[in-house]
Structures are given as C-alpha cells and as structure tokens.
Design a protein around this ligand. Structure first.
Ligand SMILES: Nc1nc2c(c(=O)[nH]1)N[C@H]1C(S)=C(S)[C@@H](COP(=O)(O)O)O[C@H]1N2
Ligand SMILES: [Mo]
Length: 300
C-alpha cells in the first residue's frame, strides 16, 4: 500500500463559490503536483466540482425508504440514529458491539471529494467527511484467515417502510475483498459538506467506495463481519447476471440492459450533457493494481 491517501482538496476548498473557481484554476494548472491520478487533467478537474447539498440530499437511492429518488428524503427522518452501534464480528481479535462514539473515538475525520457513479448511469460529486475503513479494521484486529469484509444495514421495519416490499433480500448487504476494504480510498463516511450525515444519505455512518458502482456503498451500517468466504450481497443475489460482486465502474462492460460508457451528471444545469464514464470512475491509477491479471468482464 502506497501509504495514506491524501485528498488534494479540503472542505475549505468546496465553499464558498468563489473558492470553487480558485480551486479549479489551481487544479487545472498543477496537474503534475496533485497528479497521482486523482486529478489527471483539466476535464477531470472540472467534473470534480461538487454537487449542491440540495442535489445530494434530494436525489437518493435508499430502498429501505422506497424506490423513488425522492422517497428517502421524504421518509428517512423516521429512522432513529441515536443511539447507534455497530456489531463487529467474525475473524477479528476484538469482536463486540461498539457504540457510534466508541467507533469515532480517536478517528481523524477528513474531507474526501469523490465521484459517485450509480450503476443506473447517473453521477454526482460528493464532499464526504469520514475516515479510512482501514483505520477501524486495524483497531479491531483482522485475523490471518480473513479475506472479505461483509456489511449490513439497519433492518427495522417499523422505521423503514420499504422493507415491506421484497425488492431485495433484507437487510441490505454488501461486501468487499479485504484488500479493497483496506485501500486508502475506501472510507466510512459520517457527514457531507461538514454536516452530520443526513438520514437519506446513510446516517450515521455508511461506506463509500468511489471506484465501484454506488450500490456497493452501503448505508446506515450496523454490522461488519470479517469472513473467509465471499459474503452475500443484496443486488448480486437479486440479479447475479446484472450486478456482480466486484461492480467496479467500467465504461467497457455494459449492463445487460444499458450502456455504461456514459453517465448523466446530476445538476449539470446549462452544461447538462452526458459525460464519458471513466475507468474505475477516474481512480484507475490508485486501484487498477488490485485487479492485475483479472478479467474485468468475467469478474464484473
Ligand atoms: N442500505 C442501502 N444502501 C445503499 C442503497 C440502498 O438502497 N440501501 N442504495 C445504494 C445505491 S444504488 C447508491 S447509488 C448509493 C446512493 O447514495 P446517495 O443516496 O448518498 O447518493 O447508495 C447505495 N447504498
Ligand atoms: Mo446506485
């Protein structure tokens, strides 16, 4: 691992508006300096302008609250997020149920401005606040036999009206290979725009894996399990031909029912044209090494 990943941008760069322009000039003019790939060129720098708070919190996928894009913003207030705890178990040295405060204790929360590319071919740029999942995994102690990390979302039908419908196998489940989970780009996010995570975005704590389709970034996590075998994942279980376990963003591997070559950037306004989807969602330099020698069409 090439050491801790340092985001080239901070929240101070995100706002106010005048600083966006300043930041974009800086980014456009110093590709070599920022350059380990996250910001490779001017086009990429421009599409890293974050979406607005309104866009990020009103256009959501969180099927536990309904399948419409505006259902989570309308319904997710029903979810109780205090108290909150995460059960951490499986192949770890220190299994247990950790309160949100215990999880956060000693963690350095930083800003990470990441692209979010949904498998449905829309995208946003989100200024998350969070910490590296690796920091938590190191703290609980990953045992030698562990090869995967499994995650589960809260499963509370009385607060989550969408759970009545068998769209997916509940609770929502996802998984990563251990090296993906330990990668410095993989974070547990607890906020956005410097505010606590809104319920519709996965309060109080959710995964963000920016080089994978959005459904891998599981929300409102209550359980993390270190496993030897590849864990079940809700979308993969529902439609294994359409949603693979890896689900790395890849413009060359289409979904069986639509192209993945381009994407619709939410809130594009005046410049609302489709944009090209980037290999590994623009994080190729950082993560391609994880998949060396792997057939990305077979292991989609
Ligand atoms: N528990 C849970 N996590 C989830 C989802 C969901 O329906 N339930 N939707 C996923 C999908 S498809 C996407 S694109 C992202 C959307 O995150 P956002 O609403 O914060 O933009 O969350 C992912 N995490
Ligand atoms: Mo998605």
């Amino acid at each position: 691992m090439a050491g801790r990943y340092r985001s080239p941008l901070t929240w101070n760069d995100v706002t106010p508006r005048s600083l966006y322009l300043n930041r974009r000039q800086i980014m456009a003019g110093s590709g070599a300096l920022l350059g380990a790939g996250l910001i490779g060129n001017r086009a990429q720098a421009q599409d890293l302008e974050p979406n607005t708070w309104e866009e990020i919190t009103n256009y959501n996928n969180f099927y536990e609250f309904g399948t419409g894009k505006d259902d989570p913003a309308r319904n997710a207030h029903m979810m109780t997020t205090q108290p909150w705890s995460i059960q951490i178990d499986g192949l770890v040295d220190n299994p247990g149920t950790y309160s949100f405060a215990e999880i956060m204790d000693g963690m350095t929360v930083e800003e990470r401005i990441y692209r979010l590319r949904c498998v449905e071919a829309w995208s946003m740029v989100v200024p998350w606040n969070g910490f590296e999942l690796a920091d938590l995994l190191e703290r609980v102690g990953v045992q030698a036999g562990a090869r995967y990390v499994a995650f589960e979302t809260l499963n509370r039908p009385e607060e989550m009206p969408g759970l009545r419908f068998p769209v997916l196998e509940w609770p929502y489940r996802e998984g990563l290979r251990l090296d993906e989970a330990m990668h410095p780009l993989t974070i547990l996010a607890t906020g956005l725009y410097g505010e606590p995570m809104p319920n519709q975005n996965g309060a109080p704590i959710r995964l963000v894996v920016p080089w994978k389709y959005g459904f891998k970034s599981i929300k409102s996590i209550v359980r993390i399990t270190l496993t030897e075998e590849q864990p079940p994942a809700s979308w993969n279980m529902a439609q294994p031909r359409e949603y693979g376990f890896y689900s790395n963003v890849n413009p060359n591997v289409d979904h069986p029912r639509w192209s993945q070559a381009t994407e619709r950037r939410i809130g594009g306004g005046l410049f609302a044209t489709r944009q090209d989807t980037l290999m590994f969602n623009g994080y190729e330099d950082e993560v391609a090494g994880l998949y060396e020698g792997m057939d990305l069409a077979e292991f989609f």
